[in-house]
Design a protein around this ligand. Sequence first.
Ligand SMILES: Nc1ncnc2c1ncn2[C@@H]1O[C@H](COP(=O)(O)OP(=O)(O)OP(=O)(O)O)[C@@H](O)[C@H]1O
Ligand SMILES: [Mg+2]
Length: 207
Amino acid sequence: ASIGHEIRNPLTTVRGFLQLFQGRNEYAQDKQNMEVMITELDRANSIITEFLSLAKNRMINLKPHNLNRTIEGLYPLIYAAALLEGKEICLELAPDIPGVLADENEIRQLILNLTRNAIEAVSKGGKVTISTCFDGKYMVLAIKDTGCGIPAEIYEKLGMPFLTTKENGTGLGLAVCYRIVQRHNARIEVITGAGGTTFCVRFSRPV
Ligand SMILES: Nc1ncnc2c1ncn2[C@@H]1O[C@H](COP(=O)(O)OP(=O)(O)OP(=O)(O)O)[C@@H](O)[C@H]1O
Ligand SMILES: [Mg+2]
């Protein structure tokens, strides 16, 4: 079996027992701690999932695809997350853009990871702009924030697994993004400064 299963199966067993014990009166005083344990197991599980998605030989399903549709589909989710933190989300989607060959799930992941970073980078009242355009050759997806930029020592290592400056960060978000971009024969460009950061993804082969 894969390493994923080998690690996940024991986690699932432990999680099952915790859930069972949670319902027992004799453990009433530990109920809350068990909830924490379950949450932590779930976190370990999702880190494994994320890490495994870095695998080089992963199968992806490329189909003609309109980036605007994906962004519009994710918008309610992104908007709610930003609103909760008092941050602004702005969409600037070019009409009638050509499609790209893409894997729907991976593109969703890419947009969510970049947007989450952008939301995390801005302070209350800050703004995140998601835009698309066709520059004549490439389909461009850009996520721009008004945060304080990426420090040089982090910028140099961007995309390295487990690189993080966040207390609760895993440092897998961008590693996953870079892998997705690579699998799509796309390019990622990062423009960063004191006024904020823009992640630009250029997709070739418009269809
Ligand atoms: N838009 C941004 N503005 C400023 N810094 C950023 C931005 N995006 C990424 N970074 C920096 O790059 C680091 C790595 O980002 P990455 O998304 O890989 O991990 P993370 O956000 O720390 O954790 P997670 O695994 O939860 O995504 C971040 O910790 C942060 O320091
Ligand atoms: Mg992140």
